[in-house]
Design a protein around this ligand. Structure first.
Ligand code: M6R
Length: 613
């Protein structure tokens, strides 16, 4: 789980120095991994070129400052941000990695599964390894193939056949000035082609300052970029990429913090616009109708995702039951093997992933497809791997999300999935056009509902400080039905960025065990969705009787709740309520993190997109 980038520039273009473009891309990739960083520059003098590598453990800015990278010049270079898989974070394990002669530099995202046997074979041939990484075998393997008489392009074709596992690779070869070689399998890789500059990278936002004309590199493709050019191959044959160019309209500004101290806060505050744009996009998207048709005709409907995206599938299940009376079998994507013997032809799997690159979710999709199921993808990234392997893709329009914690992408997933469930209800005859219209009207209220973040922010901050003053290390988050699903998502946020134990379960479960944990002052937060008020009040009383500090974040009908602390978000029906309830819950996690001095954008041990098993 890393970010890779390579940039190559024609002499005389754009200030004649690719290093600022490379470093800007690297900064934008840091969300993918931030335990180490490095660059390799190709420096040419008197007709011959050599490689210079600068790398270290630490964040991108620390590595830039350590070597004064922003003062260097080169026309061609690679960059890497690391999230360790093989070998702990260290200067030597940081990428780029070199071959024995220092002529081939490699940056890599993914995992080379057969690296141990390849390393053994290469060491027997005399190659000397410096790091503990799986990546270094690539540099030595290419050195070996080139030494056998192949050109770098041919060697790359062989390499793709020899490697097992997942990889996005960018490679610099000292003897080929101005070229960056690349190859891809499973890990994401995109190419940007400008007038006199080209780049490859793990994601699209890190390329937008270079060019908006983007080509997604597919599995087992390889090739090279030169300034303003791309050469793409598969199995030794040239691939025509020109018909695959997509013009990306995201503003670069969208990828910056926009005046907020953290991306997460900015992204929470952006939710009104994100849910609105997603709804507007969906209403005009024939893919939504196509997906609903597929779901309505399915023998059985499954839904999968990881983390936040999995929680979105639970909300989908809820609305499919209410609107379409269609059972939905949900599963966490990393558990897909549990379902492989039961999924079959005629079934439809709804796969939810903001990035569209989460390896567990892609594996679940591939397994379901292999069993004959059709796949509906819900993703935020146009052209992502998930979108390319699904039968139908419904896009959310949250824009790029930089904070590791999913916020606006969750709410936009709910818009897409609730709308989809309503369309399935219509297709199956349970709802009529008027019902769908009313659901859409409620979704429209999502925009105004999500403004609860701005209004309630000071109160949430106060609540967070009260909880921390009470030395909170553990809490329960409870709800019923839809509220239980939202509580699970809120608990994930608290764990992920505030490093506090937060457990969510349906409120009615308390008396079957968890309530034994409750003692004087133990915080229990109830997510108050409409329609379950009275039953939640009973659960609140049970908690209070055991000394719990009871907090409610609820719609206005919770005004009478027997709680110590109440945050009312406004009056909303079940469709619109999540858009009012989730932002304060996300803000609670945010303030719990910031008040403890943690960086909510880069929680420890995590990365934005998990491209390993
Ligand atoms: O890109 P995806 O939606 O597939 O990512 C899935 C999870 O890794 C992700 O939602 C994760 O749980 C979030 N960081 C939670 O905030």
């Amino acid at each position: 789980m890393c970010g890779i980038i390579g940039v190559t520039l024609r002499r005389g273009c754009l200030g004649g120095n690719a290093v600022p473009l490379l470093l800007e891309g690297l900064r934008r990739l840091e969300y993918r991994g931030y335990d180490s960083a490095g660059v390799a520059l190709q420096v040419c003098e008197d007709g011959s070129c050599s490689l210079r590598v600068y790398k270290a453990k630490g964040k991108v800015e620390e590595v830039i400052a350590r070597y004064g990278l922003d003062k260097l010049e080169a026309l061609t270079g690679l960059g890497h941000t690391r999230w360790a898989t093989h070998g702990p974070p260290s200067d030597v394990n940081a990428h780029p990695h070199l071959d024995c002669r220092g002529e081939i530099a490699v940056v890599h995202n993914g995992i080379i599964k057969n690296y141990a046997s390849l390393r053994k074979m290469l060491e027997e041939k005399g190659h000397v390894f410096r790091s503990e990484t799986d990546t270094e075998v690539v540099a030595h393997l290419l050195e070996e193939l080139v030494a056998s008489g192949m050109g770098m392009l041919e060697a790359l074709g062989e390499l793709v056949k020899l490697l097992e596992g997942s990889f996005a690779l960018a490679i610099l070869y000292a003897r080929d000035p101005g070229r960056i070689y690349f190859a891809r399998r499973e890990s994401p890789l995109y190419a940007a082609i400008g007038e006199c500059v080209s780049a490859v990278s793990s994601d699209i936002p890190s390329l937008l300052h270079i060019s908006r004309d983007i080509v997604a590199v597919e599995d087992d493709e390889y090739g090279y970029i030169g300034p303003g050019t791309l050469e793409l191959y598969r199995d030794g044959r040239r691939v025509d990429w020109r018909t695959r160019v997509k013009r990306v309209e995201w503003s670069v500004e969208e990828a910056s913090k926009g005046g907020y101290p953290h991306y997460m806060l900015k992204e929470i505050m952006e939710q009104p616009r994100a849910v609105y744009e997603t709804l507007v996009g969906l209403l005009e998207d024939p893919a939504a109708v196509e997906a609903a048709g597929l779901l309505a005709g399915a023998s059985r409907v499954y839904a999968t995702g990881a983390g936040t995206s999995y929680h979105a599938t639970l909300v989908f299940k809820h609305f499919m039951h209410v609107y379409a009376a269609t059972p939905v079998y949900d599963y966490i994507s990393s558990e897909h093997e549990e379902y492989e013997s039961v999924i079959r032809e005629g079934d439809v799997l709804v796969a939810v992933s903001q990035s569209g690159e989460t390896l567990d979710t892609l594996a679940a999709v591939k397994a379901a497809k292999a069993r004959g199921a059709r796949v509906v993808a819900v993703t935020n990234v146009v052209g992502s791997t998930l979108s390319r392997i699904a039968d139908v893709t419904v896009y959310t329009r949250a824009g790029p999300e930089i904070g590791v914690a999913a916020t606006k992408t969750f709410l936009t997933q709910l818009v897409a999935l609730t709308y989809l469930a309503a369309l399935v209800g219509r297709e199956t005859g349970r709802l009529d056009e008027g019902d769908v219209g009313r659901i859409v009207e409620s979704l429209r209220r999502g925009r105004e509902a999500a403004r609860s973040a701005e209004r309630l922010n000071p109160h949430i901050k106060l609540l967070a400080s009260i909880l921390l003053r009470g030395r909170t290390r553990s809490m329960f988050l409870l709800g019923r039905l839809l509220g239980a699903h939202l509580a699970r998502e809120a608990a994930l946020k608290v764990k992920e960025i505030a490093y506090l134990h937060a457990e969510a379960y349906p409120a009615g479960e308390s008396k079957h065990g968890p309530i034994a944990l409750v003692e004087d002052g133990f915080p229990v937060l109830f997510v108050g969705t409409p329609g379950v008020e009275k039953r939640l009040y009973s659960n609140m009383e049970e908690m209070k009787a055991r000394g719990a500090k009871v907090i409610v974040v609820g719609v206005d009908s919770y005004g009478d709740a027997p709680a110590d602390y109440k945050l009312l978000v406004g009056s909303y029906d079940e469709v619109a309520a999540p858009y009012a309830l989730m932002p304060p819950l996300q803000l609670l996690a945010y303030h719990l993190a910031v008040l403890q001095g943690y960086d909510p954008d880069k929680p420890r041990n995590l990365a934005k997109t998990v491209t390993v098993e």
